[in-house]
Design a protein around this ligand. Structure first.
Ligand code: GLN
Length: 296
């Protein structure tokens, strides 16, 4: 008898390494066969009578999509981020584990940076995508007013669905942060809003780095959320840093996720703009992945 688990794993090794193929197979089968235990799933055979023909059909369809390179998160329509189930679709970047570390840093350090205030009152997430950063911060700081900006209406629709599903209210706005007029308009609209935290995971992968990126990212995730022109790699950081210098409260925190190549450039940009305590922080893989600073 052929093992279903083994067969799917073998099929997926065409595009993933074996460990990843196993993890994806396990994730998929648990998702599509929620009543089965880990043990059941390992023992299933190709023609197992304990699974219905609809389930078999759904598994076959999902495997077909996976072998074309589509990320599992889009196929099952969700992922986990900081303990929250976040709905995702082809219009938004799939939340990454590194980004969870940025949330943890903010949650663990906000009160150290800002000892007069136990929790932030106003938070802005620029380039919010699925809303994962805004939602995770709202979960940790429930009394805060949280805004999420994105240029993409498709992303904002998914972000709003996530807010509703999780009962975490976020104020979403459609904003193109590198379109100066829109930013200025927003500056005057929000002139009275001083944020305690401005956070962003903007597009930062260089167009020239595309060759190093896995097919499932390149073919399926929105390039607008990922890539920047090689000639202007810091364009988002420049605009957001400038905006933050006008819209952060005293001891407000600016926190970025970054391309590991540009840690020093972003640190200098923030210091030159007047931020203090600017630091480059590493992710779990030891790569420079975040830059944070304080506005005094
Ligand atoms: N971390 C993502 C990746 O490497 C990129 C996210 C981004 O561009 N902001 O795929």
């Amino acid at each position: 008898m052929q093992s279903l688990f083994r067969n799917i794993t073998d099929t997926l090794t065409a595009i993933y390494d074996r460990n990843e193929a196993r993890a994806i197979t396990s994730w998929l089968l648990h998702e599509l066969l929620p009543e089965k235990t880990d043990y059941d799933i390992l023992l299933l055979t190709e023609n197992d009578t304990s699974i219905t023909s609809t389930q078999k059909h759904d598994i076959a369809k999902a495997v077909q999509r996976l072998t074309k390179g589509e990320p599992i998160q889009y196929i099952i329509g969700k992922t986990e981020f900081c303990g929250l189930t976040i709905q995702v679709g082809s219009g938004v970047l799939i939340p990454r584990p590194e980004t969870e570390e940025l949330i943890m840093w903010l949650v663990n350090n906000y009160h150290c940076v800002n000892p007069q205030q136990s929790a932030p009152q106003n938070i802005l997430d620029v380039c919010t995508g699925s809303g994962c950063i805004a939602l995770a911060l709202k979960k940790h700081f429930p009394s805060a007013r949280v805004e999420g900006w994105d240029i993409s209406q498709r992303a904002l629709n998914i972000a709003s669905q996530n807010s509703q599903a999780l009962s975490l209210p976020i104020i979403y706005n459609k904003v193109d942060v590198i379109e100066k007029c829109q930013l200025h308009e927003h500056m005057s609209n929000t002139i009275n809003t001083c944020f305690d935290i401005i956070v962003s995971n903007p597009p930062y992968v260089l167009n020239s780095e595309k060759e190093e990126i896995h097919k499932n990212v390149l073919d399926y995730e929105p390039s607008i959320a990922l890539f920047v022109n090689d000639n202007t790699p810091l364009i988002f950081y420049e605009h957001i840093t400038h905006f933050a210098s006008h819209h952060l409260s005293d001891n407000g925190v600016l926190a970025f996720e970054i391309n590991s190549r540009f840690g020093l450039d972003i640190l200098r940009l923030m210091e030159d703009t007047g931020f203090t305590d600017v630091a480059i922080r590493k992710d779990q893989f030891g790569k420079d992945r975040f830059v944070t600073g304080v506005w005094k």
